[in-house]
Ligand binder design. Structure first.
Ligand SMILES: Cc1cc2nc3c(=O)[nH]c(=O)nc-3n(C[C@H](O)[C@H](O)[C@H](O)COP(=O)(O)OP(=O)(O)OC[C@H]3O[C@@H](n4cnc5c(N)ncnc54)[C@H](O)[C@@H]3O)c2cc1C
Length: 354
């Protein structure tokens, strides 16, 4: 059996940021990732706000292009332009840079290792499969679950995301380069939106929405959406690749339980209206890593509550408000013309108290 101060499950932005922070604070750290290579395949539209570059602190080699703002459309008509300086990134390079930084800080990175379960409760052994088909166990003082929206670690402590939205995406050639991201709303995209994020001479085009039995499936809606963009001369309808995934959209909940911390999508820290989660994964991961190392240093699990408090001070109100808006949006049956200003972050009405 291997022994570490801190075991981190998942080498996405949350896990690698946590591993780096915990190792920098002096803890012995294992960062385990079930995939054999960090960051691939990419399941992301790859937009980050500009301020994340400094916060992530892993250079700039992963940047594909800058965007100046976000343009929103309703039923094909432009309804708003918002200044939103950001970048469309090579998400695989970004995740790999974060994992390398964690390794450079002293974290032991184990690729191709999948966490299967744990034996017993707090302070127990975590069982992992190895790339060669074997099994190993790791004992750690603190475990950080950064294993994505369907987190196994969250499941152990009854904190699994129960409400996740499906999303799908296709990469298409762009007819002309763009310096802004585009967001599209209409009633066929239930309580969600479609996006076009430019990445040089290609674009990530996708949608995420509430899946209901009586509404057309995501593939059909995306097909129609892509045909529309192609008819407008924005993209060529020649798919280069497809992807998709799940976006946590449930109510805020605890991110600390005993010796376990949750970060990023595993904690449901993704914005339930925009679906953006990279920024929160990096920020929450860094916080979780620092608090885990401190709990080890002070030999007290009570210290871990500091992570929940710091996270709530930082982002709790944003998430609570966004979740209220999500409930409102999902219960909404009427046309969007009257209500989109309340549901979308680009409008002042979104931020109103009720
Ligand atoms: C289609 C799509 C588009 C998106 N676009 C954007 C966007 O443009 N901008 C944005 O900010 N956010 C976007 N998001 C959300 C963003 O991708 C997530 O919020 C972000 O990846 C969360 O990071 P994370 O580290 O918490 O989780 P993840 O990135 O999901 O990383 C979790 C890691 O844990 C590993 N893992 C899981 N289970 C185990 C296990 N049992 N053992 C070992 N390892 C395990 C996984 O392999 C994975 O590497 C998008 C999401 C989707 C689905």
């Amino acid at each position: 059996m291997l022994h570490y101060d801190v075991l981190i499950v998942g080498a996405g932005p949350a896990g690698s940021s946590a591993a780096r922070a915990a190792a920098q604070a002096g803890a012995s750290v294992a960062l385990v990732e079930r995939r054999s290579a960090v960051g691939v395949p990419v399941r992301c539209a790859e937009y980050i706000p500009a301020m994340l570059v400094g916060q992530a602190d892993v250079g700039k080699d992963y940047i594909a292009q800058a965007t100046l703002g976000m343009r929103s459309y309703l039923h094909g008509h432009r309804i708003q332009d918002m200044a939103a300086p950001g970048y469309v990134i090579h998400r695989d390079k970004f995740d790999q840079a974060l994992a390398s930084a964690a390794a450079d800080a002293g974290a032991h990175v184990l690729l191709g290792h999948c966490v299967l379960g744990r034996e017993g409760g707090q302070g127990s052994c975590i069982m992992l499969s190895t790339p060669t088909g074997g099994m190993i166990s790791i004992k750690a003082k603190v475990v950080i679950g950064a294993d994505g929206p369907h987190s196994r670690v969250a499941q152990w402590v009854g904190l699994l995301n129960t409400h996740c939205l499906p999303s799908i995406q296709v990469r298409l050639p762009l007819c002309k380069t763009l310096d802004h991201t585009c967001i599209y709303f209409d009633e066929s995209i239930t309580a969600g939106y479609a996006w076009l994020f430019p990445k040089g001479d290609v674009a990530n085009v996708g949608l995420g929405m509430l899946r209901q039995r009586h509404t057309p499936g995501l593939r059909r809606v995306l097909r129609r959406f892509v045909r529309g963009l192609s008819a407008l001369g924005l993209v060529r309808d020649e798919p280069l690749s497809f992807t998709g995934g799940w976006i946590p959209a449930g109510p805020p909940r605890p991110c600390v339980s005993g010796d376990i911390l949750l970060a990023g999508d595993a904690a449901g820290h993704t914005h339930p209206i925009t679906g953006a989660g990279i920024f929160q994964a990096v920020m929450g991961g860094q916080m979780a890593g620092r608090w885990a190392a401190r709990a080890v240093r002070e030999n007290s699990l009570d210290v871990l509550q500091g992570y929940a408090d710091e996270w709530n001070d930082f982002y709790g109100d944003v998430l609570s408000h966004a979740h209220k808006r999500r409930l409102d949006w999902e219960g909404h049956n009427g046309v969007l013309d009257q209500s989109i200003n309340r549901f979308w972050i680009g409008f002042r009405e979104y931020y109103a108290a009720s």
